[in-house]
Design a protein around this ligand. Structure first.
Ligand code: DGL
Length: 270
């Protein structure tokens, strides 16, 4: 009954952690494509091909349902995968929709027409590929009217986090927030649209100011998956074991992941 969780690297562990806390009985198989991270600077074709390869590997582990715990893959590849590639008996779900449902005060899975919502000015922080895809604005427009979105591509932040350079990551976050505020001085809400950014949430909140509500995805995705599995329990696949797979060097990914989540996580070769 395992569920697959995919990310380009370590960032998806923030989502996995929330999933494991919300659904402690469900085994999760995590796939980090560390050998090819970061995805945020790759072309959409490249992201599509890499994501499909990873999802196939998770299907082979008995995970009929795979969560793309990676905004970049959700933004640049998911729609094309769902429309052209995923067979009917499998599911691949992304991380954008739960976040947008929360931002627009909707029940999970509510597909009614777009309507006015209380938030009017939203700052989006994401990787360059996610920003370029405009997937966030598209999904938002399906659900809300009259929301102004200002997107900031946060070049360099994922690399700095993956390399464990917190000082650089913090300096980059502050300068990206400053750049966004020059274009939108008073956002009401800020979306951390990359799974790595919750690790820098305090810095984002400090730089944005206390009046800005910061949305990060992990808990929203966990709630939405719990709801989905009560509606579609048959989507729990055959796999029984939790495991962590990587395309990178398992020993070094294990070390970084353990540092990242502050508990021991042992990766094996994908
Ligand atoms: N952590 C991923 C995301 O949520 C992608 C980071 C990257 O590989 O650039 O966007």
């Amino acid at each position: 009954m395992a569920v697959g969780v995919f990310d380009s690297g370590l960032g998806g562990l923030t989502v996995l952690d929330a999933l494991q806390r919300r659904l402690p009985k469900v085994p999760f198989v995590y796939f980090g494509d560390n050998a090819h991270a970061p995805y945020g600077v790759r072309t959409h074709d490249d992201i599509f091909n890499l994501t499909c390869a990873a999802v196939e590997r998770l299907w082979a582990e008995g995970c009929d349902l795979v969560i793309l715990a990676c905004n970049t893959a959700s933004a640049a590849a998911l729609k094309r995968m769902q429309e052209t590639w995923v067979p009917p008996e499998k599911r691949v779900l992304g991380v954008f929709v739960p976040l947008i449902e929360a931002l627009t005060e909707r029940q999970w899975g509510d597909n009614s027409p777009p309507r006015e919502v209380s938030v009017k000015h939203v700052a989006l922080f994401a990787t360059p590929a996610t920003v370029a895809s405009r997937a966030f604005q598209r999904e938002l427009a399906f659900r809300a009217i009259g929301v102004d979105v200002e997107a900031q591509p946060c070049g360099g932040v994922v690399d700095a986090i993956e390399q464990g350079d917190e000082i650089l990551a913090e300096a980059l976050v502050r300068s990206h927030v400053e750049a966004l505020k020059r274009r939108m001085p008073h956002p009401e809400a800020a979306v951390l649209g990359c799974t790595h950014y919750p690790l820098m949430e305090k810095v984002f909140q400090e730089a944005l100011g206390p009046e800005v509500k910061v949305y990060s995805q992990a808990n929203l995705v966990a709630e939405s998956l719990a709801d989905y599995l009560t509606r579609r329990p048959e989507m729990l696949g055959q796999g029984n074991d939790s495991k962590f797979l990587t395309t990178g060097d398992p020993a070094s990914v294990t070390n970084k992941a353990t540092q990242f989540l502050r508990r021991r996580i042992a990766f094996e070769a994908a």
